[in-house]
Design a protein. Structure first.
Ligand code: ADP
Ligand code: MG
Length: 271
């Protein structure tokens, strides 16, 4: 039975890992695009001051008028902040470098950890018809990432298939526990997805083995291969699914989306 106290509305997923360069933005863009391709309505919230998700989806800096900075610090009309992208069913709230000062500006704000949660309430009330909201987090466990985790139903963790990949996960898990204690007790771990996987490389196999041994079912069965088409796509301002739909990277993100959708159907039944 579904939980009658849970508001009907989109599922909000924070894509987080405090390490930079592990595939957070790539996964946010391409999982979002793959869900959109399946006919789901998806909102991507760019919560990284680097704005890579915004750039990767072709949102020019000049067009980023209302951004996640205003979303957190001012009263904004979501109708104006949400921008369409070239991908059908996929919208975005972009970010600019302005967001880099938000962390400091928020410190004295009593509601500092709940600002994204409150800002997304309108979306949560289902006024927009989104099925999923993905939040692309910055490479840090700062107040922005905490805002994402407080607002989210679950955290999806990209893990780069390289040495030391699992290091730092305990810090991330600790933050998730703290968030559960400080306002979002139902926060789940959506799963850990291995990125930039190279099956010819023993190290990738070893990292996968370690991750599966330590984290069990939390690790997605789908792994994302290292694929040059994935890294080229952002400079053409599109997801790899559109840039090269037949590439290994596009296929992997489609498979990840299917696994994600299946897991969510199961979670709904269990809830
Ligand atoms: P993060 O958001 O965690 O900092 P990114 O998603 O920006 O990480 O990825 C870091 C770099 O790795 C980018 O240059 C990106 O294009 C590249 N990259 C990510 N995933 C893949 C992949 N599967 N294959 C090849 N390159 C990738
Ligand atoms: Mg990023």
């Amino acid at each position: 039975m579904s939980d009658p106290t849970r508001p009907i509305g989109p599922k909000i997923v924070a894509v987080a890992n405090q390490k930079g360069g592990v595939g957070k933005t790539t996964t946010s863009i391409n999982l979002a695009a793959a869900l959109a391709e399946q006919g789901r309505k998806v909102l991507l919230v760019d919560l990284d001051p680097q704005g890579n998700a915004s750039t990767g989806l072709g949102i020019e800096v000049d067009d980023r008028i209302l951004t996640t900075y205003e979303l957190l610090l001012e009263d904004v009309d979501l109708n104006e902040a949400i921008l369409p992208t070239a991908v059908e069913n996929l919208s975005i709230i972009p970010a600019t470098v302005d967001l880099s000062s938000a962390d400091l500006e928020l410190i004295s704000n009593e509601k500092r950890s709940f600002l994204l949660h409150d800002a997304l309430r309108q979306v949560q009330m289902d006024a927009f018809g989104f099925d999923y909201v993905l939040v692309d987090c910055p490479p840090s466990l700062n107040l922005l990432t905490v805002n994402a985790m407080i607002a989210a139903h679950s955290v999806l963790v990209p893990l780069q298939s390289e040495f030391f990949a699992l290091e730092g996960l305990s810090q991330l898990m600790l933050t998730i526990r703290e968030v559960r204690q400080s306002g979002n007790k139902d926060l789940r771990i959506e799963g850990v997805v291995l990125t930039m996987y190279d099956q010819r490389n023993n190290l990738s196999l070893q990292v996968e083995q370690d991750a599966r041994d330590n984290l069990g079912d939390l690790v997605f069965k789908t792994v994302i291969p290292r694929n040059v088409r994935v890294s080229e796509a952002p400079s053409f301002a599109m997801p790899v699914l559109n840039y090269d739909p037949a590439s290994r990277g596009a296929k992997a993100y489609r498979e990840l989306a299917m696994e994600f959708i299946r897991n969510n159907a199961r979670q709904k039944v269990e809830a």
